[in-house]
Design a protein around this ligand. Sequence first.
Ligand code: ZN
Ligand code: ZN
Ligand code: FE
Length: 750
Amino acid sequence: MTGIVQGVGFRPFVHRTATDLGLRGFVCNDTNGVSVEVEGPGIAVETFLERLEAQPPTLAEVRSVMVTELEVSDATAPFRIAETVPGVETSALVAPDVGPCEECLAEFADAGARRHRYAFTNCTNCGPRFTIVASVPYDRSNTTMAGFEMCERCREEFSDPSDRRFHAQPLCCPECGPQLSFITPDGAPIAHDPIGGLVRAIDDGLVVAVKGVGGFQLAVDAGSDVAVARLRERKRRDGKPLALLVRDIAMAKSLCLVTPAEETLLTSPERPIVLLRRRTTPIMRVSDLVAPDNGWLGVMLPPSPTHVLIAEAVVRPLVLTSGNRSEEPMVHRDEDVASRLRGIADAVLTHDREIEVPVDDSVIRVVGGRPLPMRRARGYAPRPIRLPWSLRRPVLGCGAHLKNTVCLARSSDAFVSQHLGDLSNPIIVEQFRRTIDHYTDLFDIRPELVAHDLHPDYLSTAYAMELDGVERVAVQHHHAHIASCLVDNQTNEPVIGLAFDGLGLGDDGTAWGGEVLVADLLGHERIGHLRQVPMPGGDRATKEPWRMAASHLYVADPDVGRGHSSVAQRNADRWTPVTDLARTGLHAPITSSMGRLFDAVAAIVGDRDVITYEGQAAIELEQSIDPTCVDSYPVDIIDGAPFEVDGSTLVARIAADMDRGHPPAVLAARFHNWVVDMSADCADRVRALHGIDIVALSGGVFQNALLVERLIGALEHRGFRVLTHRTVPPNDGGISLGQVAVAGATDLVR
Ligand code: ZN
Ligand code: ZN
Ligand code: FE
């Protein structure tokens, strides 16, 4: 039996099922997953097989069951759980970390129970997994629980097939398991009662570091302007929204409007951060500094019993964000707290179980009634994503540069890593290397084929180049985006791929990002794109959206250059030097990026001249929309192969309307509606040329819920089938999966 069948209570489940049916034999973990030998009446064996597939444990995922008939041995011993087959390197799957289950929560709340209010309560259906596993097979000795010897009573539970903790590797209790402590960043004890100490610190407006599931987090009172401002200043984080921890779904609903689909996600075992629409009159106060100028809040329910203790004790929303300075990765080892969190955290709630693998919180939003991942990490990684076919050789996808993930794949399992982050940071590059090694060992995948981006300067590409004895495959960035969307939808049909993002290197050596492709896993053809414009100052244009406004306005009309619009007035002293860059092309590489078009519009209608975090301009533009506005602007398409969509004339029209005093909310809406109309028109053109009526949407721009919902509506209205992301993000977090899919598919047909 293969799939996620180790560390998820699968053997106990098999044991119970076999015992119930009066079967004899054994179950054990082996190289491929789990093997079972049963002996008994034919009907009982059949029922046994049916039950295995029909009602596996919550966390298990059965991939395949292979049945062979054996000689009858007439053994009389009862069904047993046998030792893991020794000497074999197991490649069975390690499950993601899971939030506390109902039964553990009930026990946790029961004053008479052994684990009453115990921060490390877990069972076979819940608790830490991936973050504590150092190597396989998944046994306690290979986890960071190895140093905690089970007490007598825990051992009994561990060995009792009828107990829900039977063979739960991280099982423990207050007698024998990890303990919380409350200390200064330098390690000096502060309070005897850790949770009491934390509550006092939060009440005093202090910043408290909390050792969470996959790393240290920073907590402050979300209702206190002073505390949130202190956190932002120390973390050096400007405007980027901070996530909240709430006690329960009722508290989430007191702050935000929660749809049934969002409630399901919030309470799911994965416990992700879910983006929720804020109430205009919230019942509990949240500081405006939590998510400035943002109509949405990222909210999560307690992802571990430690968080349950915290949330119940403070009885109000807490900011809970990753423990690091901006641009740095999250701290996950106690020994790094003193050096990396001193000056940020005033106190630390920690414990004596180590985190083996750092994993951030996952972020998801519901779009069109379905979950759309924005950051795939805790609760989801390293659960494999199924490829719609089987690979010939093991493949590694090195991912992109920002929002990097890596993907290791063999046969039809693709293991996309947790979100790693921006490879400009050396610590993240180190984690990138360590993650590849760890996944290689954990899942026994020795890649023979290595897929990477076309961009020679990406450190992920550089890594691929330094590997020996492998075959390399370069995969174009936007092809990888569309391929990841195909895998996400389990298909390999040719599609119309709309790949809209910030920047990715194109086949022609220019920066792409507003691409209309015809693609399948084997190839892509660029049928159309946004008309290219200069990015005055190169990278600076990404950080200063007004430069893109200047560029588009200059391209639309070199004589006027909309020098009198408000964006030009605000930047009057720098306007001419920047339009000169656009004119001469000096230090102004051209791009067809949709993200940069959003930037230009945000600078004009949202006064967003400079951004403090990636994607800010587009996020604010989406937020600012008047949702009742249904008008648009004309779509200008210039024929050709590839055809070109004129974004500059559009920008000039928006600037002119802004000058005429049209409300920014209406202009933002008209712009979004234009993107919808334009996308649907492009899809129509491609359908007429190639007879394809499936459209795949991928790239960071499609994190925009309003855009995706309206575009799905428009495309379906015109008779298209629309593919959107389900398990990997539309942003560059999905690139590694797309690279693996393209390289693997190409490998099959050679
Ligand atoms: Zn449990
Ligand atoms: Zn114990
Ligand atoms: Fe991208």
